[in-house]
Ligand binder design. Structure first.
Ligand SMILES: [Zn+2]
Ligand SMILES: [Zn+2]
Length: 346
């Protein structure tokens, strides 16, 4: 194996170029994976657009939704063999803090996360990660299907860990991108009576209908709150999930919920502070939930993918080689060409 590899390097705002970089050396407890597929996530777009976090600077490599094949083992790795195909979790929690010990590692303050706070991302040919981040997949699951397990696990986290439904609930999901669609499936798996989605991209609404949405609203043409009022005889829905990260959608969340409903904010807007109508939340006595990433749902997400319940053909609409990562990001940024999930295949 050569000691250099191709990596898609973000060298400045909106500028990604392929560069030769050193192949990482797997450290103690780590494995080296040949990356098979990487999903482009809405959260990657913040960096692409030039919004950096503290501890991040250009040049950097993006990408955190991935799957691949183990090609080398670091010192002390005994429970994984070369040749294992696996979905790769992007997060490496500290394992020691109060939240890690309670099984809530998604909020670990010391978590290391691919392409975040100085950690390298996976838009490259080889990636070193802890063996515990691997979730082996059967031969019937492709790398690109497996790379969808992170958004699917996010949908399951929203519904099963945070909303904790008892069944029969109505849902409104704002945003029919991969996270919104995964939340739709998670809601259906947990006995939702009806699920409605809104988006501005007609192809995403089509995907939502294929995955079992009971109603969809093109929010560029019709006000989603008005649509929900019609669908629920003015009552509102039991659970609202904002999965678009769009300021106007977040401002509508409380208005969509029924009395004693739950409002979940999952999407990451471009601003940290915005105006919301608290009176709408108070009068309905809503439970407001802010969601972060996922925890404890990776294996169940893979089951839904392997079993064909999460129809990845509906979700994965675009594929790009590593050399065209720039084009992949532009496509997702512009929501061009009906894109739902774009995959980069290194
Ligand atoms: Zn993601
Ligand atoms: Zn921790």
């Amino acid at each position: 194996m050569s000691d250099t590899m191709k990596a898609a390097v973000l060298t400045g705002p909106e500028r990604i170029e392929t560069q030769q970089t050193p192949v990482p050396e797997p450290g103690p407890g780590e494995v080296l994976v040949r990356v098979g597929a990487v999903g482009i996530c809405g959260s990657d777009l913040h960096f692409f657009r030039g919004q950096l976090q503290k501890d991040t600077s250009y040049p950097m490599v993006l990408g955190h939704e991935f799957a691949g094949e183990v090609v080398a083992l670091g010192p002390g790795v005994t429970d994984v063999a070369a040749g294992v195909r696996a979905a790769c979790a992007p997060d490496r929690p500290c394992g020691r803090c109060e939240w890690c010990r309670k099984g809530e590692a998604n909020v670990c303050p010391d978590v290391r996360f691919a392409a975040s706070h100085g950690e390298p991302g996976c838009l490259c040919e080889y990636y070193a990660l802890h063996a515990g981040q691997l979730h082996p997949i059967p031969d019937s699951v492709t790398f690109e299907q497996a790379a969808l397990f992170e958004p699917m696990a996010t949908g399951l986290h929203i519904v099963e860990n945070l909303v904790k439904p008892s069944g029969g609930e109505t849902y409104a999901i704002m945003g029919a991108g991969p996270d919104g669609l995964a939340t739709l499936l998670a809601a259906r798996e947990n006995g939702a009576s009806r699920v409605f989605l809104s988006d501005l991209v007609p192809e995403r609404l089509e995907a939502a209908r294929k995955l079992g949405a009971d109603g969809t609203c093109d929010s560029g043409r019709q006000d989603f709150i008005e649509f929900l009022r019609q669908q629920t005889q003015g009552r509102g829905v039991d659970v609202v999930v904002e999965a678009a990260g769009a300021v106007p959608a977040i401002q509508q969340v409380f208005h969509a919920a029924a009395i004693h409903g739950k409002a979940v904010i999952l999407g990451i807007p471009r601003v940290d502070e915005l105006k919301v109508n608290l009176t709408a939340a108070r009068r309905r006595e809503l439970t407001v939930i802010a969601a972060r990433r996922t925890v404890g749902k990776y294996d169940r997400a893979l089951e839904l993918i392997a079993g064909g319940k999460f129809d990845t053909d509906v979700v994965i609409t675009h594929r790009f080689p590593l050399d065209e990562t720039q084009r992949a990001f532009e496509c997702v940024r512009d929501r061009a060409d009906g894109v739902v999930k774009a995959m980069v295949i290194p």
